[in-house]
Design a protein around this ligand. Structure first.
Ligand SMILES: Cc1ncc(COP(=O)(O)O)c(C=O)c1O
Length: 392
C-alpha cells in the first residue's frame, strides 16, 4: 500500500478552540459524571468543536426536516473513498458492508455471526474495558491473551489462547483492537499477517475493531486487517465516531472481506434499525469532507503527546509513558508511585482530576491509568499539575 502524507492546509488546531467554561456547559458523560471541581480527562470524548463540513451537513438536514430513517450507501461509499485515499486500500466493497448502530453493537453482532453461545472470544488485555461485559452479555467466554513487551501482540500467547479457545471443536473468535486502546499500538503488516496465519490454522474468526484507524500519527502506517494475506475472512468495524467526536450521533459500519461476505449477508435486517439517519449524515460528511480538520487534529494531538511527556518528566518522573502511534489516549504506568492498584482513585480524590482506572482494562491494568489528551494544552497542563498535587 502507498503511504499518503497529510498536510493541515491552514486549518486551525481544533484542540485549542474551546475553553473550560464552554466545555463545562456540555451535558455528555465526560463533563457530567464528576462535580465541577474535577477536571475530566477520562472517557474518549474530545474537547473540540465539530468539523465544519459535519456541522453543515447536519444543519442542512435539520433545516430540511430530514430526520427520518437511514437509507442508501453514502456512508459506506465515503468510507471506501477515505480508505483508498488515506491508507491506499481499495478493499471496502460497498456491497460487503452493513450499517450498524455503533462499533460495540457491531462487534456484538459480528461475534454472534461467527460464534455460538458459550464459545470463546480472545482479547488482548489491557484492552478497552467494554470488550469484557459486551462479550459476557452475548453469552460468550472472554479469553485473555495479554499483550507482550512494549504493548505488542505476543504471538506465542495468542496461539496458546487460540488452541484453548477451539478445544473440543468449538467455534471461536478473536476480537482484535486495531489500533490498540489503551496503548495506542499500531499493529504492523507483519504482525497482522502472522495473526491471520494463526487464525487460519486454528479456525478462529477475526473481528477487528478499527474505530481508531483514522487517528494514526505521522509516518506510521495503519494496516486494515482485511488487507493482509489471510485476513480476507475477517470482519471489521469502522466508524468516524472517535476521530471526529461523533459518539452521540450513532452510526458505524461493518465491513466484510471476500471470505466473510456470506457471514455478513446473514446479519438480520433489524440490526439496521439502530443507527440514526443524522448519525449516518454526520459520519458521511466527516469521512468525505473532514480530512483537513482531521489532519489539524492529528497535528494538535502530536503536540499534546510531546507536551504530556515533558510535563510528566518534570512533575511526575516516576510515571512511565510510552507515547503510542495512534488514538488520543495515554496509558500511564504509575506503579513506581506507590499508589497501589488503583492510582486513578488517588488522583481523583486528592488531585481532583478524573482519569480512567487501569483495573477494568484487565490483566496489566493494575497500577495504570488512562489519560485522554484530546484537549487544549492548557487543560492538559492543569491535569498533570493536579496529578502531581495528589502526591504531595
Ligand atoms: C476500541 C473502541 N471500540 C469501541 C468504542 C466505542 O465505539 P462506539 O461508541 O461506536 O460503540 C471505543 C470508544 O472509545 C473504543 O475505544
Amino acid at each position: 500500500m502507498t503511504r499518503r502524507t497529510h498536510g493541515t492546509a491552514g486549518e486551525p488546531n481544533p484542540l485549542r478552540a474551546l475553553d473550560l467554561d464552554r466545555l463545562r456547559r456540555r451535558t455528555s458523560m465526560k463533563w457530567r459524571t464528576y462535580p465541577d471541581d474535577v477536571l475530566p480527562l477520562w472517557v474518549a470524548e474530545m474537547d473540540v468543536p465539530l468539523a465544519e463540513p459535519v456541522v453543515r451537513a447536519l444543519t442542512d438536514a435539520l433545516a430540511l426536516g430530514d430526520t427520518g430513517y437511514p437509507a442508501g450507501t453514502a456512508y459506506a461509499e465515503a468510507l471506501a473513498a477515505f480508505a483508498e485515499k488515506r491508507w491506499g486500500w481499495t478493499g471496502v466493497d460497498v456491497g460487503r458492508t452493513a450499517i450498524v448502530p455503533d462499533v460495540m453493537l457491531g462487534v456484538v453482532e459480528m461475534l454472534r455471526l461467527v460464534t455460538g453461545p458459550g464459545d470463546a472470544v480472545v482479547v488482548n488485555p489491557p484492552v478497552y474495558p467494554p470488550f469484557f461485559p459486551f462479550v459476557a452479555h452475548l453469552d460468550r467466554r472472554v479469553l485473555g491473551a495479554p499483550l507482550g513487551a512494549a504493548g505488542r501482540i505476543d504471538l506465542a500467547v495468542l496461539e496458546e489462547s487460540f488452541q484453548q479457545a477451539v478445544a473440543g471443536g468449538r467455534r471461536a473468535a478473536y476480537l482484535l483492537c486495531s489500533p490498540h486502546n489503551p496503548t495506542g499500538t499500531v499493529h504492523t503488516a507483519e504482525e497482522l499477517t502472522a495473526v491471520a496465519r494463526l487464525a487460519g490454522e486454528y479456525g478462529v474468526r477475526v473481528v477487528a475493531d478499527e474505530i481508531h484507524a483514522p487517528l494514526v500519527v505521522g509516518d506510521t502506517e495503519f494496516v486494515p486487517y482485511l488487507s493482509v494475506p489471510g485476513g480476507e475472512d475477517g470482519l471489521s468495524l469502522m466508524s468516524a465516531s472517535k476521530a471526529w467526536n461523533l459518539a452521540g450521533l450513532k452510526a458505524a459500519l461493518a465491513v466484510a472481506g471476500p471470505g466473510s461476505a456470506a457471514d455478513l449477508a446473514l446479519l438480520p435486517e433489524e440490526v439496521g434499525h439502530g443507527p440514526s439517519h443524522l448519525g449516518a449524515v454526520a459520519h458521511t460528511a466527516a469521512l468525505r469532507d473532514g480530512t483537513a480538520w482531521l489532519d489539524a487534529l492529528l497535528a494538535g494531538l502530536d503536540d499534546n503527546r510531546r507536551l504530556l511527556a515533558r510535563l510528566l518528566a518534570e512533575q511526575l518522573p516516576g510515571v512511565r509513558y510510552r507515547p503510542g502511534d495512534a488514538t488520543y489516549l495515554a496509558w500511564l504506568d504509575c506503579r513506581a508511585l506507590g499508589l497501589g492498584d488503583d492510582p486513578a482513585d488517588v488522583f481523583l480524590h486528592r488531585g481532583r482530576v478524573a482519569l480512567n482506572r487501569g483495573l477494568p482494562f484487565g490483566t496489566g491494568g493494575a497500577g495504570h491509568v488512562r489519560l485522554n489528551l484530546a484537549t487544549s494544552p492548557e487543560i492538559l497542563t492543569d491535569g498533570v499539575r493536579r496529578m502531581a498535587a495528589a502526591l504531595r
